[in-house]
Design a protein around this ligand. Structure first.
Ligand code: FE
Length: 363
């Protein structure tokens, strides 16, 4: 096994690679000129392109795509949009969809795409080798590109880490009126509950959800950052939120966000049990993919060591690939045991999780 490179070395390498990108050479056949022989197969032009539908902001992925184009001559056409809208678009476009790849976040959403029939499985020795089995769909319908954790975040001045232990413990009366967490309509919470369903079964999970709701400091409102801000503002003492939001706040240009984030600390729950709940950003080959080979080549490029270092750092996430150092902020939270469940199970439990949260009164 190769020795991990220091984070700074990798980032410098990734940055110099990115900055060294020449303007992409016009790939052969990328444009149909008037003199194009009509008998030329259309695939020739398509074979120099990949069409990517992405639920991530352009700035969080585009430099990598440019780098891929510079290296391979394959142009990447990027369409960004909201995750649910992109899935709907894929469904309505059907086999006529120009999309080759769908990039989105949360295994629950990736599962919805599989269920909707807009993906197709593919094999890649590179991907199977690099991506741990729990972070990819067993048949190859999707592959994780980065992972994130959903730990407990607590007010440093009001909670001792020794008071915390498991997600289960959040239903304890000790936390009455002290917890902030976003609504049950959010996929991150649905996946958290889906993971608990897989681990503990329905009866235990439902009783837990009821207890947790009893401990809410306020009706769920806002996103994960808002829960962290509410802890900092003293509205609640603990929040459950995705790790990259806290990382993003800590390195924000907005001093208010930095100050709020500095008042909370990360606690890794379930370290003596199944591990902390984690999830992924991931990518799927669409059923309609017409540029299959280059699409797969792009996915493999996205898990190269340089891509992984850049992508995880940029997104405040954990690299999916082992032996890539995490960012300084993530490193400061220490290492943790992650739940090893195959994340495709979260998607399978999603519908049951949503119903259970509803029964428990989780708004
Ligand atoms: Fe998010």
């Amino acid at each position: 096994m190769s020795k991990p490179l220091p984070m700074t070395a990798l980032l410098i390498a990734a940055a110099s690679l990115l900055s060294a990108c020449k303007p992409a050479e016009q790939p052969q056949g990328a444009e149909q000129s008037e003199s194009t022989d009509r008998s030329e197969p259309v695939e020739l032009s398509q074979s120099r392109e990949v069409n990517l539908y992405s639920a991530r902001q352009e700035s969080l992925i585009k430099p990598l795509l440019d780098r891929f184009t510079a290296e391979t001559g394959v142009k990447v056409n990027l369409v960004t949009g909201r995750a649910d809208a992109l899935l709907q678009r894929l469904q309505s476009e059907g086999d006529n969809s120009p999309a080759d790849l769908l990039l989105t976040v949360d295994a629950g959403r990736l599962h919805r795409a599989v269920e909707a029939g807009v993906t197709q499985p593919f094999d890649s020795a590179t991907l199977s080798d690099v991506i741990p089995a729990s972070y990819r769909e067993p048949e190859g319908h999707w592959y994780g590109l980065s992972f994130r954790a959903r730990p407990i975040m607590y007010a440093k001045d009001r909670v001792q880490p020794g008071e915390l232990s498991t997600y289960q413990n959040l239903a304890d009366q000790n936390w009455h009126n002290r917890i902030c967490i976003r609504s049950s309509g959010n996929i991150y919470n649905q996946s958290l509950v889906a993971s608990k369903l897989a681990a503990d079964g329905e009866a235990v999970t439902e009783a837990w959800a009821r207890g947790l709701v009893q401990n809410f400091a306020r009706p769920p409102a806002g996103g994960d950052r808002d829960q962290i801000k509410a802890v900092a503002a003293g509205e609640c003492d603990i929040a459950v939120a995705n790790s990259y939001y806290l990382a993003g706040m800590l390195r924000s240009d907005d001093p208010e966000q930095v100050t709020a984030a500095q008042q909370v600390a990360v606690f890794w729950p379930n370290q003596n049990g199944r591990g902390t709940h984690v999830n992924v950003s991931g990518i799927a080959l669409t059923r309609s993919a017409k540029n299959r080979d280059n699409a797969i080549k792009l996915v493999e490029f996205l898990v190269s060591p340089e891509s992984q270092a850049w992508y995880a750092e940029k997104n405040g996430e954990y690299p999916i690939r082992e032996n890539i150092p995490v960012s300084d902020i993530l490193a400061s939270w220490g290492t943790f045991k992650a739940d090893a469940i195959n994340l495709s199970e979260l998607g399978k439990n999603n519908a049951a999780a949503v119903k259970l949260m509803d029964r428990a009164g989780w708004q």
